[in-house]
Design a protein around this ligand. Structure first.
Ligand SMILES: NC(=O)c1ccc[n+]([C@@H]2O[C@H](COP(=O)([O-])OP(=O)(O)OC[C@H]3O[C@@H](n4cnc5c(N)ncnc54)[C@H](O)[C@@H]3O)[C@@H](O)[C@H]2O)c1
Length: 248
């Protein structure tokens, strides 16, 4: 007997889907029967990921650039028909003590890790409201809750994502669109290459579980939030697959 796929027939757009957590979520969604389009910034990487995981296709955009996002979302909607599930996973990290941080570094972080979530949601959520259903999953970080040395810009952007998630959830839940966040702990992805070895060693030593997570250990949380009935009662929540780094 064939297995029941929890996202059968669902159409999903996953930003940052060419790598790491976004790619693992896209893969898990496809495994659960969804049609997935990846949105990422580099077309060669996005195409390779799309082909490798069996996505419907890919679109390219810098998620921090409003016009690029709007046109990429239109192309994604053409490929999928409509978007039932949106995952905002595109993001960057960098490291600097606050007092030394160039303003451009702060601005870049806020643009890519926070403003992008607003831009993509503003392009995708109206269609969900028209159809009376949808799921939005924003990838935040446990650093939004805990803070972290040399990542004030990142923690601020991700805290913004959590506040944005709660507020949008309040606005649209009554119209059938459920908005939630996932705040992972440290996960083994290429993102960590942008943090120093000392930062990583100190973080690992803090973790009750004693190890970083893997992207495929985050993806099932996204499947839960995207699925019915599993995700039906989550509204404005922030789920924390974080190796015990934060216990709210
Ligand atoms: N890895 C971790 O430890 C960790 C922990 C908590 C939260 N997160 C968050 O998870 C998300 C995914 O990170 P990851 O660890 O999988 O990193 P990753 O580097 O493996 O993947 C990030 C993806 O986002 C894309 N991207 C980056 N900037 C973009 C832009 N301006 N426009 C379009 N695409 C862009 C990259 O090309 C890449 O494919 C990020 O939001 C990150 O902040 C990661």
């Amino acid at each position: 007997m064939s297995r029941i796929q929890t996202l059968q027939g669902q159409k999903a757009l996953v930003t940052g889907g060419a790598s790491g957590i976004g790619r693992a979520i896209a893969t898990a969604f496809i495994h659960e029967g969804a049609d997935v389009v990846i949105l990422d910034r580099d077309s060669a990487t996005a195409q390779a990921a799309s082909e490798s995981i069996g996505a419907v296709g890919f679109v390219t955009a810098d998620v921090a650039v409003r016009e690029e996002v709007a046109s990429a979302v239109r192309v994604a909607e053409d490929k999928l028909g409509s978007i039932d599930i949106l995952v905002n996973a595109a993001g960057i990290v960098s490291e600097s003590p606050m007092v030394d941080m160039p303003f451009a570094q702060w601005e870049q972080m806020l643009a890519i890790d926070l403003t992008s979530v607003f831009l993509v949601c503003q392009s995708v959520v109206p269609g969900m409201l028209d159809r009376g259903h949808g799921r939005v999953i924003n990838i935040a970080s446990q650093l939004a809750i805990k803070g972290g040395s040399a990542v004030s810009h990142y923690a601020a952007a991700k805290a913004g994502v959590i506040g944005f998630t709660k507020s949008l959830a309040l606005e649209v839940a009554g119209a059938g669109v459920l908005v939630n966040a996932i705040a992972p702990g440290p996960i083994e992805t290429p993102l960590l290459n942008d943090l120093g070895e000392d930062w990583i060693a100190a973080k690992r030593a803090e973790l009750p579980l004693g190890r970083f997570g893997r992207p495929e250990e985050v993806a099932p949380t996204a499947v839960l939030l995207a699925s019915s009935p599993g995700g039906n009662l989550y509204v404005g929540q922030t789920l924390g697959p974080n190796s015990g780094d934060v216990m709210p």
